[in-house]
Design a protein around this ligand. Structure first.
Ligand SMILES: NC(=O)C1=CN([C@@H]2O[C@H](COP(=O)(O)OP(=O)(O)OC[C@H]3O[C@@H](n4cnc5c(N)ncnc54)[C@H](OP(=O)(O)O)[C@@H]3O)[C@@H](O)[C@H]2O)C=CC1
Ligand SMILES: N[C@@H](CC=O)C(=O)O
Ligand code: NA
Length: 432
């Protein structure tokens, strides 16, 4: 029986996991697809680098042509990362009638629609389960498991690195720098972790999730993005005092009129919130569908073997389609026109921490600034700062339109008794 032949682009954290799973689970793969699976060539940058797996040296190459133009290779697995060069490589692969599996959210969040249409024109599959929430089968959950439902809300922790950092800062009092270093050593962070900590990695994943879940093309620019670089130990301590924890939360929500909002930002969650209990590199995505109600997908969002599991499961899907002769027919085009909510239509609670002059009437003036825009408080406290004529005000507002909260911030910035706006975060209440 002719084996399915794979060309692997990349042999780093994920690529190494792919090699291990294909080799260790050969019986299971054979049972599922009816033929052996073999990796024929692997593209790397450095031919002499020490590897975590034993590979015959003639299997490695530094020329992508050895894979893209090899007529015997059926499926290309891309785990090198990067965007522009990788887009070109995958277009070449698809135009050479090779099915593609990728873990690359940077690429899919920007060029996903183009690549998917080239794939289907060529009768090829393009699967990318590992690109969102690593080993959690969330894309398949949306496209297959919940295909019959109307999804109205997705909320999740979709970046393992930042969740690991925030967990270690909160629970083990590690510094931000030390926690990031550990996340890098464990292989969760991208080779340049700027996109992880800056929220862009999570934003890319939310754009992919919202596009699939709401069946409309959500671009990366449509996602409001804030990362965790400004989250301080003091903010974490204050939020704990108020009964909350801070997580980097991706939110995609649509209302009855099909208007949507998509955002990624550090958010205060009540400590008994299901997402507050998702720690370390784990990810979780809460999905609400009108018919199914609440569902939650939980698991490791990064790391070698978990991510490789999603990659090899996509490979199995390609091989099953090959057996049935239906490759390239599973992608569904978006159904709806994109309509984004305005700041008047986005509603929520906010946490705010201010340093103010400790003088008569300041507290009252601040509450009246909020009242002018119809915002009242769920919690508010004033704490004197030892040895200084200043105090801190920490508050959590009730639900209010984002536009009103932004107007309040603008007024506070010009009020001369406010010395500094220390921090502001969104606050989540319940799930639905
Ligand atoms: N790490 C994780 O937990 C997850 C990663 N992903 C995604 O998977 C992809 C791979 O990530 P990861 O395995 O962590 O990355 P690594 O940096 O660990 O590995 C990248 C691999 O690609 C090779 N490579 C990079 N650039 C080139 C190039 N120009 N030409 C040839 N080979 C190249 C490297 O070669 P060499 O070894 O010789 O340097 C290396 O083997 C990325 O898109 C990432 O976002 C998705 C989910 C989770
Ligand atoms: N760097 C990413 C890896 C998986 O997508 C993360 O930390 O989640
Ligand atoms: Na996944």
């Amino acid at each position: 029986m002719k084996p399915i032949s794979i060309g692997l682009l990349g042999l780093g954290t994920v690529g190494t996991g792919v090699v291990k799973i294909i080799s260790n689970h050969q019986d299971k793969l054979m049972h599922q697809v009816g033929c052996p699976v073999e990796i024929k060539k692997i593209l790397v940058k450095d031919l002499v680098k020490e590897r975590d797996v034993t590979i015959p040296s003639d299997m490695l190459t530094i020329s992508s042509d050895d894979i893209i133009y090899d007529p015997e290779i059926d499926v290309v697995i891309e785990v090198i990362g990067g965007v522009e060069e990788t887009r070109k490589l995958l277009l070449q692969a698809l135009n050479n009638k090779k099915h593609v599996v990728t873990a690359n959210k940077d690429l899919m969040a920007v060029y996903g629609p183009e690549l998917l249409s080239v794939a289907s024109r060529n009768g090829c599959d393009l699967f990318y389960e590992a690109s969102v929430a690593g080993g959690i089968p969330i894309l398949r959950g949306l496209t297959d498991g919940l295909a019959s439902d109307r999804i109205t809300k997705m909320m999740g922790i979709v970046n393992g690195t930042t969740n690991y950092i925030l967990t270690k800062m909160c629970k083990e009092k590690l510094s931000y720098t030390e926690a990031l270093k550990r996340a890098q050593e464990l292989g969760f962070a991208e080779s340049d972790p700027t996109a992880d900590v800056g929220g862009l990695d999570a934003a890319r994943k939310m754009a992919i999730l919202a596009t699939l879940g709401f069946s409309m093309t959500i671009d990366l620019d449509d996602v409001k993005v804030l990362g965790i670089t400004e989250v301080s130990d003091e903010d974490l301590a204050f939020s704990q005092k108020l009964g909350y924890t801070v997580k980097l939360i991706g939110l995609a929500q649509r209302c009855k009129e099909d208007k949507v909002e998509v955002s990624v930002e550090p958010t205060l969650l009540p400590i008994d919130h299901p997402l507050a209990m998702v720690n370390d590199e784990y990810n979780a995505v809460y999905v609400y569908g009108e018919a199914v109600g609440e569902t939650m997908f939980y698991g490791p969002g990064a790391g070698s073997l978990p991510t490789a599991t999603a990659v090899v499961s996509d490979l199995v899907a390609v091989m099953k389609n090959m057996r049935l002769g239906v490759n390239g027919s599973s992608a569904v085009l978006p159904q709806f026109e994109k309509r984004l909510k305005t700041a008047e239509e986005i509603c929520g609670k906010h946490f705010l921490r201010l340093r103010v002059k400790d003088e008569v009437g300041v507290f009252a003036q601040i509450t009246s600034i909020f009242a002018e825009d119809g915002i009242s408080f769920e919690k508010i406290m004033q704490l004197p700062i030892k040895g200084e004529q200043a105090s801190e005000i920490v508050l959590i507002s009730h639900d209010a339109p984002l536009a009103n909260f932004e107007r309040v911030l603008k007024k506070l910035r010009t009020y001369d008794k406010v010395e500094e706006i220390k921090s502001t975060y969104k606050v989540e209440g319940g799930l639905v």
